[in-house]
Design a protein around this ligand. Structure first.
Ligand SMILES: *Cc1c(COP(=O)(O)O)cnc(C)c1O
Length: 377
């Protein structure tokens, strides 16, 4: 069955998938309004709750057709009552995207811009909450994929609830990789899409959140038609279906990926991503590369390596050499600093990283990059 070339994606998603997930998309044609398809979606919605240990009576999951950014858009535009504000704890590129979304919708927001290198100081967040009792949504990113920084969501969420706000967390690049317990982690809404932690195909995104809060949002200002949370939730509750056409084949792949997630197990999968990361980190450091994020703040899913000060260094050339040999590395996303990323998402393990470094070392040699890497002079 192994007729599809296996590429190793070391970019931060979409991730390498298994053959069984790839083939799960090949199904007889079906109209998604059939009961058979509705039952597939029902199972997926339940499984997604299980991943974050959410009680089905208290939480629900709502599916959307789109990439991960659609979730950010939906949460921000759908969950804000009149005369209330959003507080964005902004320490990376993805929280910055949430700022852009607020701007596009003309939502009142506070952009709490913090160092992108470190986890936030809770006192600063508390001060903002205290000074602004009209904050209703506090928004942050669990794992800032641009840098590899992991935010302490549980502690932030505790503060958020102390000030009676709701906590919306972008877990797109941690969901189904880093264990999350929605209640214990003080999350009201989290989100992801199927091509990252789930190791499935692009095109399916989902939100998991508190039913009571979604129901309360029924009478909030409606700011989008296609991307309204209450509308999609209500349709799912009534019919078990998406309001508009779902990504049918992508959903079959997600069904298979969820089965494989539970077969591997939360803990085993987390351990696997960590050992893959540790080997990436070990090898890059041995070559002299420095990480942008300190070890204790690392998600262990994205290694942001600082680009060497070497006249021969050219990321595109190194990338292309690796790509031709079946490995994809990714440019960095840190403002005013040249970095590149090597990530541990996807259906990969130690052996793949060993093979990658054989290729990567050849690329360094071919393009005459001096090793160990130099940062000065
Ligand atoms: C990937 C990602 C998204 C969504 O990006 P898309 O390109 O729309 O899929 C959102 N937030 C985070 C933290 C991500 O890593």
């Amino acid at each position: 069955m192994n007729i599809i070339k296996r590429n190793i994606l070391l970019n931060p998603g979409p991730a390498t998938t298994t053959n069984s997930v790839k083939y799960a998309q090949i199904v007889p044609d079906i109209c998604p309004r059939e009961k058979e398809f509705v039952s597939v979606m029902k199972q997926i919605r339940r499984d997604l709750l299980r991943i974050v240990h959410a009680d089905v009576n208290e939480y629900t999951s709502v599916l959307f057709c789109g990439s991960g950014t659609i979730n950010m858009d939906i949460c921000l535009n759908s969950l804000l009552p009149k005369n209330k504000k959003v507080l964005i704890i902004n320490n990376g590129a993805y929280s910055q995207r949430a700022v852009e979304i607020c701007k596009y919708y003309g939502l009142p927001f506070i952009n709490l811009k913090l160092s992108i290198k470190n986890i936030p100081n809770l006192c600063i967040i508390e001060k903002k909450l205290k000074e602004n009792p009209d904050i209703y949504i506090v928004y942050t990113t669990h794992h800032e994929t641009g840098s590899g920084l992991l935010n302490p969501i549980k502690d932030i969420g505790k503060l958020v609830h102390k000030y009676n706000a709701i906590f919306v967390v972008d877990t797109t690049s941690s969901f189904a990789m880093i264990p999350i317990d929605i209640k214990k982690d003080n999350i009201d809404f989290c989100m992801a899409s199927s091509q990252k932690g789930l190791m499935a195909m692009t095109g399916l995104s989902f939100l998991i959140g508190k039913k009571t809060l979604i129901e309360k949002s029924k009478n909030y200002p409606t700011r989008s038609y296609y991307c309204n949370l209450y509308l999609q939730y209500e349709y799912f509750e009534k019919t078990g279906q998406m309001h508009f056409t779902p990504p049918v084949q992508t959903i079959y792949a997600a069904k298979q990926a969820l089965k494989e997630y539970f077969d591997e197990g939360e803990k085993n999968k987390y351990e696997r991503h960590k050992r893959v990361f540790d080997l990436i980190s070990y090898n890059l450091k041995r070559l002299g590369f420095e990480s942008f994020i300190k070890e204790e703040n690392q998600s262990k899913l994205v290694f942001s390596a600082i680009t060497p000060n070497d006249k021969n260094w050219n990321f595109n050339k190194i990338h292309d050499y690796c790509y031709k040999n079946g490995f994809t590395i990714y440019p960095g996303k840190i403002p005013k600093l040249n970095t590149f990323r090597v990530c541990s998402l996807g259906a990969i393990d130690i052996e793949d990283i060993k093979n990658f470094f054989v290729v990567f070392n050849k690329a360094l040699k071919k393009y005459k990059i001096s090793v160990p890497i130099k940062y000065k002079g």
